[in-house]
Write a protein that binds this ligand. Structure first.
Ligand SMILES: NC(=O)c1ccc[n+]([C@@H]2O[C@H](COP(=O)([O-])OP(=O)(O)OC[C@H]3O[C@@H](n4cnc5c(N)ncnc54)[C@H](O)[C@@H]3O)[C@@H](O)[C@H]2O)c1
Length: 371
C-alpha cells in the first residue's frame, strides 16, 4: 500500500498499529507513551536482544515481539514504525519501512554518515514516504515559544547567536559504548544545529570553522574531543557560535543536557537558559541517573534529561509530548513540528563538517541543502 493511502486509512478509522524497532531506553519510553494513546490499537516490539524485546513488550502490553526487526516492520497489523536503534543502525529499518509505505519516526541523528543520510532521503523521495526525525528538543516549551516570537518578527533580522550544552562524562560514556563513533558533536550538538537551523529557517549555513580539545574520551580509547567550539556562518552573514562539553566530571549535577541558547537580532534578543540550576535536588540518599545504570548523584539539576523522566507511574517531558504529537499527526493530521529528511540530512552534514574542521583546522564550505 502506498504511504498516502495508508495515512488516509489511519485517519479514516482514527486508529493504527505501531511497530517499535529498538527497545532500549528511547524505544521503551516511546512505547510507554503510545500504549496510552487513544488511536493506538496494536503494538509490536523488535529488538536484536530477545530478552529486551520480550521485557518491553510485556511492560507496555504489546501483542507481538520479535528478535527480527523485519517481522515487526512487515507485520500486517503494523501501520507505522518507530526506529529507536543505535545511531549507526537507523538506515536499514527506516528504508525497509518506507519501502512498504509505512510512516516512520526515527531517533536523531538521522545517520552517522552522509551516505546513510542521503540513502534515507532518497528512499523518502522514491516511495513518497512520510518520515520525521525525533529532534525532541523542539518540544522544549521555551524553544517552541522562541520559534513563535521569531516568526512574529520580535527579533527583527537575526544577526546570530550562541548555543552551548554541557553534561557529565557519565552519560557520554554510555553513548560511546553503544556507538563508538557517535561523538558529542554528531550525537548531542546535533540538537542545537537542528534548533538553530529551525530558528533561522530559510537561511542556509554556508561555512564552518571549529576547534576541539581531546581529554578523557581520548584517554579511554575514543576519537571524540572532550570540548568542541564551532562558528557557523549563514548565507546572509548571520554568525552562530556552537559548543559542546560532555566530559564534565562524573558527578556533575546535570542528568542530561544543560544548555544555553542566545539569539541576537536587530530588534530584540532571546536568552534561553535551560541549565536548570534553579531546579535543584540535594539528597544524602543519592538519586539514580535516568540514563546511566547504577550511577547515583547527590546534587541533581532536575528536569535536565533530554527526553524526559518516569515519575508518578507515567513518562513526562519533551519526548512524551513529541511522541503524542506524532501519533496525533498520524491519526488526525495535526501539524508536527519535527524536521523532515532533507533538513535532518543537512544537520548531519553540518556536524560532520564541524568534525572535519576540528581535524583539518580549515574553514569548511557547506553544500546547499538541495544538492
Ligand atoms: N530524543 C532523545 O531525547 C534521545 C535521547 C537519547 C538517545 N536518543 C537517540 O535514540 C537512539 C537510541 O538510543 P537509546 O538511548 O535508546 O539506546 P539504547 O542502547 O538504550 O537502545 C538501543 C536498543 O536497540 C537495540 N538494537 C541494536 N541494534 C539493533 C537493530 N539492528 N535492530 C533492532 N534493535 C537493535 C539494542 O539491543 C538496544 O536495546 C539513538 O539514535 C540516540 O541518539 C534520543
Amino acid at each position: 500500500m502506498k504511504c498516502e493511502q495508508r495515512l488516509a486509512a489511519i485517519r479514516d478509522r482514527r486508529s493504527m498499529g505501531v511497530g517499535f524497532v529498538g527497545a532500549g531506553r528511547m524505544g521503551t519510553q516511546r512505547a510507554s507513551v503510545a500504549a496510552m494513546h487513544a488511536a493506538v490499537r496494536f503494538m509490536a516490539v523488535a529488538d536484536t536482544d530477545a530478552d529486551r524485546a520480550r521485557f518491553v513488550a510485556d511492560k507496555v502490553g504489546a501483542q507481538f515481539s520479535s528478535v527480527r526487526p523485519a517481522e515487526v516492520i512487515e507485520h500486517p497489523d503494523v501501520d507505522v514504525v518507530v526506529v529507536s536503534t543505535p545511531e549507526y543502525a537507523h538506515a536499514e529499518p527506516v528504508i525497509h519501512a518506507l519501502s512498504l509505505g509505512k510512516p516512520v519516526l526515527v531517533e536523531k541523528p538521522l545517520a552517522l554518515t552522509s551516505e546513510d543520510a542521503r540513502a534515507i532521503e532518497a528512499a523518502v523521495a522514491e516511495h513518497a514516504g512520510d518520515l520525521f526525525i525525533g529532534y525532541t528538543k523542539r518540544f522544549t516549551r521555551s524553544y517552541v515559544l522562541a520559534k513563535e516570537y521569531i516568526n512574529r518578527g520580535c527579533l527583527g533580522r537575526t544577526l546570530g547567536g550562541h548555543a552551548r550544552v554541557y553534561n557529565s562524562r557519565a552519560q557520554a560514556f554510555q553513548i560511546l559504548k553503544r556507538s563508538a563513533h557517535a561523538t558529542p558533536v554528531l550525537d548531542v550538538l546535533t540538537y542545537y544545529v537542528d534548533l538553530i537551523g529551525w530558528f533561522l529557517e530559510g537561511n542556509e549555513p554556508v561555512e564552518v570553522v571549529a576547534r576541539g580539545q581531546k581529554g578523557v574520551f581520548h584517554e579511554a580509547g575514543y576519537s571524540a574531543e572532550d570540548l568542541t567550539w564551532a562558528l557557523l556562518t549563514f548565507a546572509d552573514g548571520a554568525v552562530v557560535n556552537l559548543g559542546v562539553d560532555y566530559a564534565l566530571p562524573e558527578k556533575y549535577p546535570s542528568m542530561g543536557q544543560s544548555p544555553r541558547i542566545e539569539l541576537l537580532g536587530t530588534e530584540g534578543v532571546l536568552l534561553l537558559d535551560e541549565e536548570h540550576r534553579e531546579h535543584l535536588l540535594y539528597t544524602n540518599k543519592g538519586v539514580r541517573h535516568g540514563y546511566v545504570p547504577g550511577h547515583d548523584i547527590n546534587l541533581a539539576f532536575i528536569g535536565t534529561s533530554s527526553s524526559g523522566d518516569f515519575a508518578l507511574g507515567d513518562f513526562w517531558g519533551p519526548q512524551a509530548d513529541e511522541t503524542r504529537s506524532w501519533l496525533d499527526y498520524l491519526a488526525t493530521g495535526r501539524p508536527c513540528i519535527l524536521p523532515r529528511a532533507a533538513e535532518a540530512r543537512r544537520t548531519v552534514e553540518v556536524t560532520l563538517a564541524i568534525e572535519e574542521a576540528v581535524k583539518t583546522r580549515a574553514a569548511i564550505a557547506l553544500q546547499p541543502a538541495c544538492t
